[in-house]
Design a protein around this ligand. Structure first.
Ligand SMILES: C[S@@+](CC[C@H](N)C(=O)[O-])C[C@H]1O[C@@H](n2cnc3c(N)ncnc32)[C@H](O)[C@@H]1O
Length: 500
């Protein structure tokens, strides 16, 4: 374990400490420098947390946690380590306001710890319901269901199609489009228990990308050259004398939905039978609410938490509603609803519009206007945030940022997170600890240390900063930023705070 200290180990500190926040000394950076110097002393680079356990990588081999293919998730190992470090005991309550596939909730359940989780995505509910029922499934029933699906064929004259939205139009071969609708209708029966049918829904969700012409790639879906979208675009380019597109995705033979569904079901069946032989769950409350943490947290009563383990969306333009468009369309989210859902995301995309008027309205409706004003003051008086907003503004005027949405996103991101941090402080019991997994970012040559700024905001709210665990493996700099502004350390960190 390497303990970083600015004075003892300058060479190690050099590697994780940012020395220059504004490339070419373009803008003011004194507030960020001061904060960096202050918090590098509680920054620790340890083997305990690494790229594998803060990401989905470990979950891929972890029965249960791999049930929803959700690569934005962190691992069960990370949650276990933090629960231990926070001395969370059976019967305690832990919150994850951005629960995703439900890793925090499920690890808690397995350890007899109560949990509360929120997420705006409907996949979370299906995933959590499927996983928390693991000891309740009737294996004979699932076997029967698998056998029935093996012998099931879609009638030749079947003509219904699974719903689609503009960005998923033409995502499946025609027959697969029908097959998805067929198996979904078939799953709406009373032959099998509700939990088993929910498991089928989860397995269909996990199959969608595999059976489609698309591949999740960063913020977008990539399209196979055989898809309608790519064929039309190739035709258009040809007609207009443009060179053909070079980057071609060829997914090879696509499985049918039936094949993929059976693979998924057999895999969960095998996990269930192993887990049922070995696991026992204590009696716990696992609460999941599909909703926006910004509006849900203020409704909870104070001092009910023994800990928080979470990872919010990063401030990196990643749009969950685009990456998971197939899954959302399958679950009935229309074009109009997906636009609304995008706006519910904590501001992490360039398309997010300010939510502050809605937040204010909400606090007033709850009789919490004073809290709202207090939180706003913290944000408005934070010098580091002011410096970042000013620098980004200047960069934008200088032509270093090509999308104004970045400015709105960064500003909204910290504003909204401050509301989350303040609510967490209110919800925590004395002695409770909070862990946030996050990545630092850089726009237009300006470094934004999300870990330290968040810690500073949390401290201003009342938390005591405990530790910033930084991963040995840092985040890569984007090639454009590197070419234009050079390389800087971008930490991936787990910040830990305490309500004393
Ligand atoms: C980094 S992921 C969390 C992954 C999770 N730790 C896991 O292991 O699966 C962030 C999650 O925050 C959710 N999210 C974004 N904005 C939200 C909001 N305003 N309220 C609640 N959840 C939100 C996203 O849908 C996404 O699932």
């Amino acid at each position: 374990m390497e303990q970083l200290s600015l004075f003892d180990m300058p060479s190690v500190a050099d590697k994780w400490q940012v020395q220059n926040f504004s490339a070419d000394n373009f803008g003011e950076q004194s507030a960020r420098m001061r904060l960096e110097k202050k918090l590098i002393d509680i920054t620790e680079v340890s083997d305990k947390f690494n790229r594998q356990n803060v990401s989905y990588q470990l979950s891929k081999n972890d029965s249960l946690h791999r049930w929803l293919k959700y690569k934005e998730g962190f691992s069960a190992d990370l949650v276990k380590k933090l629960l231990k470090e926070f001395d969370i005991k059976q019967g305690d309550t832990v919150l994850d306001p951005f629960v995703g596939s439900g890793t925090t909730s499920l690890v808690c359940k397995m350890q007899g710890i109560n949990s509360i989780g929120f997420d705006i995505l409907p996949m979370s509910e299906i995933s959590i319901k499927a996983k928390q029922s693991v000891l309740d499934y009737d294996l004979a029933e699932i076997k029967r269901l698998i056998l029935e699906i093996e012998n099931l064929s879609m009638p030749e004259n079947y003509n219904n199609r699974t719903p689609y939205i503009t960005i998923t139009d033409g995502a499946y071969p025609e027959n697969t489009e029908k097959e998805i609708a067929f198996f979904t209708e078939w799953n709406d029966n009373d032959k099998y228990s509700e939990i088993t049918r929910n498991l089928v829904t989860l397995c269909i969700l996990n199959s969608l990308e595999k059976v489609s012409y698309t591949a999740k790639d960063g913020q977008f879906l990539r399209w196979d050259y055989r898809s309608k979208k790519m064929l039309e675009s190739a035709e258009y380019r040809k007609r207009n004398g443009k060179t053909p597109l070079v980057i071609r995705l060829d997914k090879g033979n696509l499985p049918t939905l039936k094949q993929s569904l059976l693979d998924e079901l057999n895999s969960v069946y095998s996990d269930i039978s192993t887990i049922q032989k070995n696991a026992t769950f204590g009696k716990t409350d696992l609460n999941f609410i599909e909703g926006n943490a910004l509006y849900e947290l203020p409704k909870l009563e104070s001092e009910l938490l023994n800990g928080v383990i979470t990872s919010p969306p990063y401030c990196n333009r990643y749009d969950y509603t685009r990456t998971y468009a197939l899954e959302l369309a399958y679950l009935g989210i229309t074009d109009e609803k997906i636009k609304k859902l995008r706006q519910e995301l904590l501001s992490c995309t360039v398309e997010n519009k300010p939510k502050i008027d809605y937040i204010k309205e909400h606090y007033i409706a709850l009789g919490k206007e004073k809290d709202f004003n207090k939180i706003m003051k913290i944000v408005e008086n934070n010098k580091t945030l002011a410096e970042i907003n000013n620098s980004l503004n200047e960069r934008s005027k200088n032509g270093d940022i090509n999308n104004k949405g970045v400015l709105r996103m960064v500003n909204g991101y910290f504003l909204e997170l401050t509301f989350i941090y303040a609510e967490l402080y209110r919800l925590c019991k004395k002695g409770a600890k909070v862990a946030f997994v996050n990545d630092n970012v850089r726009y237009g040559g300006e470094v934004i240390s999300v870990d330290f700024i968040s810690t500073e905001l949390a401290e201003q709210i009342g938390f005591k900063p405990v530790k910033v665990y930084s991963l040995k493996q840092q985040k890569g700099n984007s090639s454009q930023q590197m070419a234009k502004f050079g390389r800087v350390p971008l930490r991936k960190s787990i910040t830990v705070w305490n309500k004393c």
